[in-house]
Design a protein around this ligand. Sequence first.
Ligand code: HEM
Length: 481
Amino acid sequence: MGYCLIFDSVSLTLLVIVAILFACYVYNLRKNNLFRRLGIPGPSPIPLLGNLLNIIRKGLYLNDIEMVQKYGNIFGTFEGTIPVIILSDPELLRKVLIKDFHVFTNRRILKGLTGPLEHGLTMLRDDAWKNARTIVSPTFSSAKLKAMHSLIDQIGDGYSKRLLEYADKQEMFDVKLINSQYTLDNIASSLIYLISPRLTSYLGSKGYTLLPTDSMNYLTLLVNEVLDRRRHRIERRNDFVQNMIDHEEEIHNEEIKEQSNENIQQWSSLKKTLSDREILGQALIFLIAGYETTSTLLSFFFYVMAIYPDIQEKIYAEIQQQLGSDEITYDKIHQLVYLDMVINETLRMYPPVLRLERIASTSYDLGEYHIPKGSIIGVPIYAIHHDPAFWSDPEEFIPERFSSTDGGKRYSMTYLPFGDGPRNCIGMRFALFEAKIAIVKALRMVEIQRCEKTEVPLQLGKMKILSAKNGIIVRVTRRSQ
Ligand code: HEM
């Protein structure tokens, strides 16, 4: 009798397990058939891993190029069990990123993300995002960037000093190190009045990762301290946090006047202030979103300088001609037209962010396909920038593509280093400003040279942020004054 009961409960448990596994299998099969049902082409997924194996083997950038070649400008793929529609059709991209932005306002929420980062712009959704973006946008106005100039300039001096040390030692070095230090110092300094060297060495010792928990706690503490001092008017400084606090005070009395984006003007009826926790969230997100991206841009720019000395000399000549030894101000930097073209081409060839994404808040007709609510749209920036359908000789480095004459022919949705639409990169102008200051300061002092350890062509890393697998090693020599 007892034996029978035990047997029964064992077989019942087994039965339940088998039933659950079967249900999972059927659910997975149905899910994996999603794109087939929608009529969207794409590679067949394998259970649980989806199409991740190819990304793991080849890297996201190469995976995207190959998939676009094989399946075209719209196809379905699985990140593990999560279906993602990869879209590179310019007309449809214009709809998703701009025209029908009200449907595609949000990105995916990162599971398990808690603490102040939940309030950061990149993660916020719908009205909460609109509110934060409306308040934070003026922080990046040209007037505010001009006011931040002296902070960035000071850090630029330290940067060129470090380069001169390398020149004097005739040492080959990986440019990532100095560029990471520069952008981290810059962002930390422009964000909050932190003692940058303290922060830099701390994060440096952590290997410059995307902020592990203890770094995050440390930063949270520091930013909170700063907020407290600012709120009580114990200190003032022309940085992002001060800008957010000042702006909050201004808008009690007047409507928001300075908006860079048409859509944002419609949102002026929203809540107009951010709590300390929300300001903290923005500060931390700026640090994360702005640090590695800008450093990657600078590092790949160094690579370009090392392998194209003619281009480097042309930029140097432009700097001499337009600026001489004048201070590099926000207005003067715009006179460096050729430098701008070279930076644009660097961002085309080597976009720091390989993909961006949006989520459909309702079901939607995406071209000929009817996609369900909640569909994730992934935009393969790297693959679009290297697509011969959009760019002639995409593997050639040709800055002239971005000259005022040629640039006009470009289809805007095929150049997306900072994304597009109301949810594009809020830090774009800041990033370009700080990158240009670093470049001018560097090229005035040193010549960047290819050395025996410079890998040509570069092998790229496999992750979502572009990287050089084996580093970018160069040598620098002092310029004769
Ligand atoms: C070369 C440097 C940079 C590159 C290539 C870059 C690229 C991008 C891209 C591709 C996006 C997604 C845009 C979209 O979904 O349409 C983005 C978003 C964002 N970036 Fe940047 N970024 C850079 C620098 C910065 C800096 C310096 C900051 C801050 C100081 C920053 C803050 C942000 C924020 C907050 C968002 C989210 C915007 C929102 O959701 O409203 N980025 N960036």
